[in-house]
Write a protein that binds this ligand. Structure first.
Ligand code: OAD
Length: 232
C-alpha cells in the first residue's frame, strides 16, 4: 500500500469538545443552515453570521487535539508511503496535533476572506460586519468558510489524490454533504479499498469495505498501530 487518503468530519473533533452539526442538539438543531451558512444568509444578516463564527472561533481556540488527531499525525509521520488528509472541519486541531498535509475543503475559522478581491488573511478573534480588507480596503471582510452553494476548496487536487489512493478512509462524517460524501465512490471507482470510522454506520456506510464502530479516540490509535505494524 502506497497512498492513504483520509477524509475527516466533525466527529473527529467531538471528543475535543467541539459540537457536531447533525447530532441531536448539534449546531444545525440550534441554527438554521440558511441563516448562518449561506451567502444569502450573510447578505440578509451579516451580524448574526459574524457572531455565529466568532463564537465558534472562540470555542475552537479553547479546544485541544485528542488521541484521534494525534494518531493521524503519527500515521503521516511514520507511514512509509504517502498520507493526505482532507478535512471538512474548520478548526485547526489536525495542524495542532502535528499533521502537515491538511486540506481544509470547507475553509478555516482562522481565516478571513475579502468578498470583493478574494484576498485572504488571518482572522481576528472577533470579526464584525463592514470590517475592511487589508489589501483593497473594501468593507467586505467575511469568514473564510465555504458556505452552502459555494464551491469547496482544492477540489481538483483532492480528486487527483482520490484517483491515486490505495486506501480511502472516512472518519466522523455523516455522509450528508456533497461533494465530500461522494469521495468514497470516486476512490472505489479508481480501485481503492475503503474504511469508515464512526459511532454508527453513516448515510453512505454501505459503500465502505470495512466499518470500524466506536469513538475516534479509541478506534484510530488502534488502527494506526495496525497499519504501521503491517507497512514496515
Ligand atoms: P455531522 O455532524 O453531519 O456528522 C458527524 C458524524 O460524526 C456523525 O456521523 C457522528 O456519528 C460521527 N461522530 C460523532 N462523534 C464521533 C466520535 N467520537 N468518533 C467517531 N465519529 C463520531 O458532521 P460532518 O459530516 O462533518 O459544512 O458535516 C459535514 C459538513 O456539514 C460540515 O463540514 C459543515 C456542515 O454543514 C459547512 O458548514 C459548509
Amino acid at each position: 500500500m502506497q497512498k492513504i487518503v483520509i477524509l475527516t468530519g466533525a466527529g473527529i473533533s467531538a471528543e475535543s469538545g467541539l459540537g457536531t452539526f447533525r447530532a441531536e442538539g448539534g449546531l444545525w438543531a440550534q441554527h438554521r443552515i440558511e441563516d448562518v451558512a449561506t451567502p444569502e444568509g450573510f447578505a440578509r444578516d451579516p451580524k448574526l453570521v459574524m457572531d455565529f463564527y466568532n463564537a465558534r472561533r472562540a470555542q475552537a481556540a479553547e479546544a485541544a487535539p485528542n488521541a484521534g488527531h494525534v494518531a493521524l499525525a503519527e500515521l503521516e509521520a511514520q507511514f512509509p508511503g504517502e498520507v493526505v488528509l482532507v478535512t471538512q472541519n474548520v478548526d485547526d486541531l489536525h495542524e495542532q496535533s502535528g499533521s502537515r498535509r491538511v486540506m481544509h475543503m470547507h475553509g478555516a475559522l482562522k481565516g478571513a476572506l475579502c468578498a470583493a478581491c478574494d484576498h485572504r488573511w488571518p482572522a481576528p478573534m472577533q470579526m464584525a460586519p463592514g470590517d475592511a480588507c487589508p489589501q483593497c480596503g473594501a468593507p467586505t471582510a467575511r469568514p473564510d468558510i465555504v458556505w452552502f452553494g459555494e464551491i469547496p476548496y482544492d477540489m481538483d487536487e483532492i480528486y487527483d489524490h482520490l484517483a491515486e489512493a490505495d486506501l480511502f478512509v472516512s472518519i466522523g462524517t455523516s455522509g450528508n454533504v456533497y461533494p465530500a460524501a461522494g469521495f468514497v465512490a470516486e476512490a472505489r471507482r479508481h480501485g481503492a479499498r475503503t474504511i469508515e470510522f464512526n459511532l454508527e454506520p453513516s448515510a453512505i456506510g454501505s459503500q465502505f469495505d470495512d466499518i470500524r464502530i466506536g469513538p475516534a479516540t479509541q478506534t484510530l490509535p488502534a488502527w494506526v498501530t495496525e497499519v504501521l505494524a503491517t507497512s514496515g
